[in-house]
Write a new protein. Structure first.
Lengths: 810, 531
């Protein structure tokens, strides 16, 4: 047997100290439902779940061995074996996939010398894992090493990424935290900088600290303000400057070294001494030949610039109201912007905490569902169930306890709306949940948030604490005699937990396996009690609807979908980002208007909408308006709002295979159709992509897809075949081509070949980058590629300065 | 007050509060298949075989409350197809053989592992019954059969197959007073009797099956002695005569020396008998019968064996030339079945083979494991042929050909039978999955893909767990939960890789301290069994 197949030498580690188990148990309790938080704490502490620790849990709590083993093996975040010292997570979201994440992962593994079939290097330093989606789709492909995120990764950059990370480690773990509560000082101007996860990944927190330091140093009369997501993810880091008496100025793509020039350009330092210093600094810079001014000027982005106008033009901000202006954790500012007035109205005159103005006309709780009906609000999580009806159903139940759950388990690869809303508008979500509680008579709420969203978790936790400190939630709700407690539950990395009944199982401390509906959660949900589960975005819209009236909401959109919808626009599009548009806008308006179309030289082929449950809509149907019914009619669904644009470099069979691979991996394994059916479908697709498909495969695939859709137990299985069914419907010719051994988009590695063209100058750059020595180094001669050695990593084509390497499928 | 009802397939059925669709259907005698449903466990909703159609959607009937006024479809084409697909998907991931390969390959479906167990335990009457109930002219087959069973024997890839045919012959030579108990049926009075033309292998085999089923049969042959082509075979003296006498003891009448066409005509026979089966081999006689021919052979419907003439069936070499004796007999059996259906007034239908999941070939490593868990004791017992000649062949091929006249001694027979690996599933015949697969005519290979490795855990206390046969129904997990087993069972992993296991890396037996028997009894497949 070849040595490659032998297990690597085991990494010797000392027996773990189990004292921490007691600590975790003390914190989370001994009841069966504490299993997930306890295991999460142990995973964070030990880096894996030591067997002895699991045994100990069973002996000191009421959690059963079956509960521990079942749960520990269900969620992706748990490891039962020690991992390397540093975990490298390669995002496999849709946008990352279409931008070559697979090649990046291969390159990282090659760089670390990780043998195929293993995930950790022989020294136990690095473990490479795939992660469903990091939600940084506009930076695709994305790699995260511990807390450092690297965007736009390429196979050639693998070495640089690892070096950068180890340098970061040497320098003491990178940037300071931007998460402390900021004290605004009296100042005339404001520098706003977006600090969402994607912005941070692109270096905006370093920029933020540099700006703060510079302002402190020069004592300039300005506040540096952290704001939430700006939406224009394709231009981050984005800095907005509001100087007194001047138009606001926008800067895109600045870095820490540029801040001195930026501050100097807009603000005069206070005090003669500081001003003199500024002049002196300027002179020194000039002598040293530092020309930051040019950098600054080229980074300036006029708000009137067409690309900015187009991006922002068609948008309407409801869930994202005040985007890019407010500090996510500034409660006073939230109140100044009208926050909590909607809740105050629902609570009636009893609630009148300072500094809320006396509420407008009160709304009796019983009238809230009707109000949402009039607004036409439907769930933004995927299925579009009318929110008013759901709340009414829960309200009508006579039960001494009811629950509100905010579903923040956004697992769709290619979607990051919920993450952004939780990071940027935590108070709005809390308010939405509180209104749901008042409307239905619930006194306890849970926010179920993916563990992959550390910043969202942090901010929501801080926001809850701020509200509690002010006495606005907890024993009393906004001063009224209405107890309402909020708890955060962290997901464990299981897409299926986005399904509401699986989410309930997960909160109850079990494997996230869906239940049969009916009974619906609104009748019998968490611990068998009436439970309202709403998506983050749905809840974020509620305060706006109450403040502005249901008619204002209903006036937006069409009869098949009222109001707005937030989308994560990503993929092969020029201006990706987070957008909120009125329903009824066409796909074309979004892709070409807001997104600026595909990159030059490419043609727009399709959009994938609704993630793994959605479908691929071809460019020929781009005039389809985006609303619940119209999308369903063309075979897609609204989903939670991932909108991935595909150009002619995307292979539709590969896209279908990609999504099915995702759902198949994420299937809980409970019901026959989903567990085995999706697997068999995937095998057929793998065969087709490898050029080994049979003529009868298409019919078999289609039949099986229909059966899986009809026979699966929950939404995951019922919708999993959608990407396959829509691509079979609109792109059958591509499937046929694969059966004949050809991939029209030249994307399926088994079906492509690389060739060096005549214009090769023999510069040897490609040969130097080839990881498998498939290109002999022949200076000044036209190179050639040994296809037997070639692993189709695409490096040669990307590095060639003369575009002399061609990728083609026969 | 009017009673609340639901409509299933157009039938109105009364419902009471909180009844599921499955409850209602079962109380009304409708068979909705389920694998994962056990009343005390409540609906587990895992197998999805109990689907019914409600409001345009397929829903699991075990977990859906029957609300008054519902209209439910159960036996429609669409629902049937969905249930069949669910079963076929389960089989695509099922590692195991319902029937042992030897039995599956036997054209007559002899229960070989059962027979070998009887021989091994010296249950002579049982062994004789097994052979005599299935095989016509067993003694002849014991010499002449080309034994496809031995080609399928898993031991063939180890040290040579069990010599099944020799054991069969050994049993066929034995006499027992009870040899027809449970086989012989009195001819039902008033039933029309049947005529078979030709007392060759085909005709005699058909006569056997018909007589066994209680039909009066008369076989006509133009020769002086019955046996047809069998008379030309090299057979040990007396075997054929003995087998024919056994047939006669079963009630078969044989009239020889009667030439069709010259003395008696087909019309004469039809006047006297309810139906006629033409089972002649000699093509010369065909024209004399006046049957329509096509390219020199008697024209028949391939499924029903019916000739264009009313009440006349045909089989044997005059229809299709078949080389192997056992296949000729299998054809005759199929024809006999059609004849019986015809007499009962049922339209003859194509033969349905017994359903069996197929594990396929085992890798050398798997085979080693298979032998160690199935019959470790006999792993090194050499086959009789090698033992008697002293020429052992560990590679498993080239066994010495048996001498025609040698018979096994009783000891040799039991030793040889002990070499059987018992490849048949312990739950075959008692398996809900197999039962519904047969009923729904499932194709075990429709979605067949790369097989998981064969694995069998034999535990000291006698519990046997075969993960490859587990359909993850969850019944045992729920039973252990309800019984508050100290360790219990759980699902490990997620999705396609979910496994049933005891938690914390313990064994299944560790997890079943209190309710092992209950779990084994309620396992819908052969995943959990007791030694």
């Amino acid at each position: 047997m070849s040595s490659l197949l032998e297990a690597p030498a085991a990494i010797v580690r000392p027996e773990p100290d189990l004292a921490y188990v007691d600590e975790a148990v003390e914190r989370y309790g001994r009841q069966p439902d504490a299993v997930l938080p306890i295991l999460q704490a142990l995973q964070d502490h030990y880096g894996y779940l030591p067997h002895a620790a699991l045994e100990k849990i069973c002996s000191v709590t009421r959690i059963t061995p079956a509960g521990v083993s079942g749960v520990a093996s269900f969620y992706d975040m748990f490891r039962l074996q020690p991992a390397g010292k540093h975990i490298i997570r390669v995002c496999r979201g849709t946008a990352c996939h279409v931008n070559g994440a697979e090649r990046v992962e291969d390159a990282l593994k090659r760089e670390l010398g990780i043998v195929p079939g293993q995930d950790t290097d022989s020294q136990g330093q690095y473990t490479v894992e795939q992660v469903a989606c990091l939600g940084c789709c506009t930076l695709a492909p994305v790699v995260r090493i511990e807390n450092a995120t690297f965007g736009h990764a390429t196979p050639e950059r693998a070495h640089a990424i690892l070096r950068e990370f180890s340098e970061l480690k040497l320098n003491g773990g990178g940037a300071r935290s931007t998460e402390e509560l900021l004290q605004p000082a009296a100042a005339k101007g404001e520098i706003r900088i977006g600090l969402g996860s994607c912005c941070i990944a692109k270096g905006s927190d370093q920029l933020f600290h540099a700006l703060q330091d510079e302002v402190a140093r020069t004592n300039a009369p300005v506040n540096v303000k952290r704001v939430g997501c700006v939406g224009m993810c394709h231009r981050t880091p984005l800095v907005e400057i509001n100087a007194p008496g001047a138009d606001r100025s926008l800067y895109a793509g600045l870095a820490a070294p540029d801040v001195r020039a930026l501050v100097r350009r807009h603000f005069r330092p206070r005090g003669i001494l500081n001003r003199a210093k500024q002049i002196a600094d300027g002179m020194i810079d000039a002598l040293l030949g530092v020309h930051n001014h040019e950098v600054i000027s080229s980074a300036a982005l006029r708000p009137q610039e067409p690309s900015v106008c187009d991006f922002l033009g068609g948008q309407v901000h409801i869930a994202t109201e005040h985007f890019g202006e407010s500090d996510p954790l500034d409660l006073d500012e939230y109140v100044r912007h009208g926050g909590f007035t909607a809740l105050a109205r629902c609570l009636g005159p009893e609630s009148k905490p300072e500094p809320l103005a006396s509420p407008l006309q009160a709304i009796p709780p019983s009238a809230i569902p009707d109000l949402l009906d009039r607004a036409g609000l439907r769930g933004r999580g995927g299925a579009g169930f009318p929110t008013g009806a759901k709340w009414r159903m829960a309200r009508e139940q006579t039960s001494n306890s009811k629950y509100i759950i905010c579903n923040g388990d956004e697992g769709d690869p290619g979607a990051f709306m919920d993450r952004m809303l939780l990071e940027s508008f935590p108070f709005r979500i809390i308010e939405g949940m509180a209104i749901a509680a008042v409307a239905t008579g619930a006194h306890e709420g849970f926010l179920y948030i993916r563990h992959e969203y550390p910043l969202a978790l942090k901010r929501v936790r801080a926001a809850i604490k701020l509200c509690e400190r002010r006495g606005w939630i907890g024993q009393r709700l906004l001063g009224a005699d209405y107890p309402f407690r909020l708890t955060i539950k962290q997901g464990g990395g299981a897409f299926v937990c986005g399904e509401e009944t699986a989410l309930i199982e997960s909160i109850e401390g079990r494997r996230g396996m869906p239940r049969l509906r009916p009974p619906f959660p609104a009748v019998s949900g968490l611990w068998g009690k009436p439970t309202v589960i709403n998506n983050v975005e749905t809840l974020a819209m509620v305060p706006w609807i109450i403040c502005n009236g249901p008619e204002a909401f209903a006036a937006l959109g069409t009869k098949n979908g009222r109001g707005t919808k937030v989308f994560a626009l990503a993929g092969n599009v020029r201006r990706g980002g987070l957008i909120e548009v009125p329903m009824g806008m066409t796909i074309r308006q979004i892709v070409e208007g807001i997104g600026g179309g595909v990159r030059p030289g490419r043609t727009f082929k399709a959009v994938q909408i609704g993630g793994p449950s959605g479908g691929c809509i071809p460019a020929s149907l781009a005039d389809t308006p985006i609303d619940f019914e119209s999308l369903r009619a063309v075979g897609a669904i609204m989903g939670s709002g991932g909108l991935v644009v595909l150009d002619d470099t995307a292979c539709m069979v590969d896209i279908a295979r990609y999504f099915l691979q995702f759902t198949q991996q994420q299937s809980c394994g409970k019901c026959t159709f989903c567990r085995i059916g999706t697997r068999r479908m995937l095998e057929i697709l793998n065969r087709i992509c490898a050029g080994k498909g049979h003529a009868k495969d298409l019919a078999m695939l289609e039949t099986l897809a229909q059966q899986v859709a009809a026979g699966s137990l929950c939404g995951l299985g019922k919708t999993a075949p959608n990407p396959v069914l829509t691509t079979l419907r609109y792109f059958r010719d591509e499937y046929q081509a694969h059966l004949q051994g050809r991939c029209p988009a030249a994307a399926c590695t088994a079906l492509i070949k690389y060739r060096v063209l005549d214009n090769c100058t023999g510069c040897t750059i490609c040969a130097q980058h080839c990881p498998t020595d498939a290109i002999p180094i022949t200076p000044y001669q036209r190179h050639w590629i040994d296809m037997d050695k070639c692993i189709r990593c695409d490096s040669c084509r990307q590095v060639c300065p003369h575009q002399a390497v061609e990728k083609a499928s026969p | 007050m009017s009673t609340a009802t639901v409509t299933i397939d157009g039938r109105r059925i009364e419902v009471t509060a909180e009844q599921t669709i499955l409850d209602v259907a079962r109380k009304a005698g409708l068979d909705i298949p389920t694998l994962c449903y056990l009343e005390k466990c409540g609906p587990l909703n895992t197998c999805q075989v109990c689907l019914v159609k409600l409001n345009g959607k397929l829903v699991p009937s075990c977990g859906t409350i029957a609300e008054p006024g519902m209209t439910i479809e159960s036996e429609t084409e669409e629902v049937y197809e969905a249930r069949r697909t669910a079963l076929e998907l389960l089989f695509s991931d099922h590692v195991g053989d319902c029937l042992a390969p030897c039995q599956r390959l036997c054209p007559l479906g002899l229960n070989i592992p059962g027979l070998l167990r009887q021989v091994q335990s010296q249950d002579t009457p049982g062994a004789i019954q097994t052979v005599r109930a299935t095989l016509p002219l067993a003694g002849v087959l014991g010499v002449l059969c080309h034994h496809p069973c031995e080609q399928g024997c898993r031991r063939g890839h180890w040290d040579g197959p069990a010599t099944i045919r020799d054991i069969e012959r050994h049993v066929a030579e034995l006499e027992d007073d009870q040899m027809f108990a449970g086989i012989q049926k009195e001819c039902e009075p008033g039933r029309p009797s049947l005529a078979i033309i030709g007392a060759g292998p085909s005709g005699l085999a058909a006569a056997f099956y018909l007589a066994r089923a209680g039909t009066a049969v008369t076989v006509f042959d133009r020769n002086k002695e019955p046996g047809g082509t069998l008379r030309m075979e090299q057979l040990p003296a007396g075997i054929l005569a003995r087998e024919i006498s056994i047939l006669q003891r079963l009630g078969v009448k044989i009239e020889t020396g009667i030439e069709l066409g010259s003395g008696v005509s087909l019309t004469d026979l039809l006047a006297k008998f309810g139906a006629v089966l033409v089972a002649i081999g000699d093509p010369v006689g065909q024209t004399a019968l006046g049957l329509p021919l096509s390219s020199g052979r008697i024209q028949v419907d391939p499924h029903t064996h019916l000739t264009p003439l009313k009440n006349v069936f045909a089989t044997g070499a005059a229809v299709r030339s078949t080389r192997q004796l056992v296949r000729v007999m299998a054809e005759a059996k199929a024809a006999a079945d059609c004849l019986r259906d015809h007499l009962k007034g049922i339209a003859p239908k194509a033969l349905q083979r017994p359903f069996s999941s197929v594990m396929g070939r085992l890798s050398p490593l798997e085979l080693k494991h298979f032998i160690s868990v199935n019959n470790a004791a006999a792993a090194t017992t050499p086959c009789n042929r090698c033992a008697s000649t002293g020429k052992s062949d560990p590679a498993g091929h080239g066994h010495p050909t048996p001498a025609l006249q040698t018979l096994f001694t009783p000891l040799q027979a039991t030793t040889e039978a002990s070499r059987c690996l018992h490849c048949d599933c312990a739950s075959s015949g008692n398996c809900i999955l197999q039962h519904y697969a047969q009923l729904y005519n499932a194709d075990a290979n429709r979605f067949r893909s790369e097989r998981r490795p064969f694995e069998c855990q034999v535990m000291p206390g006698g519990i046997i767990f075969e993960p490859g046969k587990c359909i993850l129904c969850g019944i045992c997990v729920k039973i252990t939960e309800l019984a508050a087993e100290p360790l219990g069972l759980t699902f490990i992993g997620r999705g396609f890789d979910v496994k049933l296991a005891a938690p914390l890396n313990q064994t299944i037996e560790d997890g079943l301290r209190k309710c092992a028997k209950e779990c084994v009894d309620n396992c819908p497949t052969g995943a959990l069994s007791m030694r």
